[in-house]
Design a protein around this ligand. Sequence first.
Ligand code: CMC
Length: 429
Amino acid sequence: MSETVKFSYGGKDFELPIIEGTENEKAIDIAKLRAQTGLITIDPGFKNTGSTTSSITFLDGELGVLRYRGYNIEELAEKSTFLEVAYLLIYGNLPTQSQYEKFTREITTHTLVHEDIKKILEGFPSNAHPMGVLSSLICSQTAFYPDSLNPNRSEDQLTLSIVRLIAKMPTFAAWAYKNKMGHPVNYPDNSLDYCSNFLNMMFALPVEKYEVDPIVAKALDSLLILHADHEQNCSTSTVRLVGSSQASVYASISAGINALWGPLHGGANQSVIEMLEAIKADGGDAKKYLDKAKDKNDPFRLMGFGHRVYKNFDPRAKIIKKAADDVLGKLGVSDPVLDIAKELEYAALNDQYFVERNLYPNVDFYSGIIYRALGIPTDMFTVLFAMGRLPGWIAQWKEMRHNGEPIGRPRQIYTGAVDRNYIPMNKRG
Ligand code: CMC
């Protein structure tokens, strides 16, 4: 007999099933709760609500564990490549040599974007934030590939849309940056690997030669792996929710990019560097900013600290902190902001307020420092997060579809005015 939860309400006894995942996580299955009792549950921010069962990513926030399809993030970051991880997330298993070559070849074939994209780009003012440009360009693919509008059309069509997304994402991202700089765009170079091609499109100029530094390309590839999926976070839940209405994969991913943009989610990587710069400009007093973060009357938060699910070190932050030292060392870059970050981290980890609330550095705390060392401008940081998260969004969107999940439609408890009669304007007090 499987486990159940028993409770009484309104003088009657009820029993709800418990479901259990492969890592022994348990949940009360409330699917029949309203039908049986008339009650719904309320959980702002979905802090205790599981929206789905999923076989893509496992994380244990108490132990600081993160695995994609069963593989530890530490091992993938060290031994794998971003495209291999993308394949793993989307198709469930590590590819064989021939599967990997086919996947890479298909992605390389589709890096070019429609020439009319340049016209759309020209319509954006040059101060447009690249995240807004990126989400618009991704959504514009619904117009260039109308066959993709119906996600149920065919598996082949869906596979093609997925390949196009991964292939064109670096082109759109680099072009969003070029628009901002007012520089001519660079076309993809299919002789280069995924990250080198992106870096070349970002930094090559008609007036000077640009050679991709393999250290930079490798560091970027590892960062993309670390960002590739993170189960049911804000942007991923957005992608699944939008997709649940059977909107196209391009529209769903574009919505995910917008959700990621906010400073409490992926936008935190930009906010962290802005915060560290502000601390530096203000004399480098980490304690002053720690006090501000603790002051409940001050809206300031320590950006890059805290996480909804990690109540221990974010394993990605651990890897990135070490990588920051390595990458800056290899590139011979010294960044005073890294010292401020370390000082702030040390102070926070030894402060009662942060200790009591289990607030640790998250993935965004050190990633911006590496991006800066790689020459990436601050407002492109979240774009790189989106590039990394893309395979995760796709895998989650695909899983939602294959599970046949119903349209996402939460309920509410209404707290507004009760039934009122309309009063003509000339009679309103
Ligand atoms: N600085 C100061 N206090 C904080 C912080 C912070 N960064 N984060 C949480 N707290 C406090 C918060 O005020 C609350 O205190 P109290 O119990 O006294 O009211 C307590 O810790 C719990 O915080 P919460 O806001 O209820 O937690 P949450 O799960 O709703 O929010 C969070 C999680 C990530 C939005 C939040 O920690 C935060 O705003 N962090 C800064 C932004 C950031 O770095 N975001 C990136 C997250 S990682 C990348 C990603 O995957 O999105």
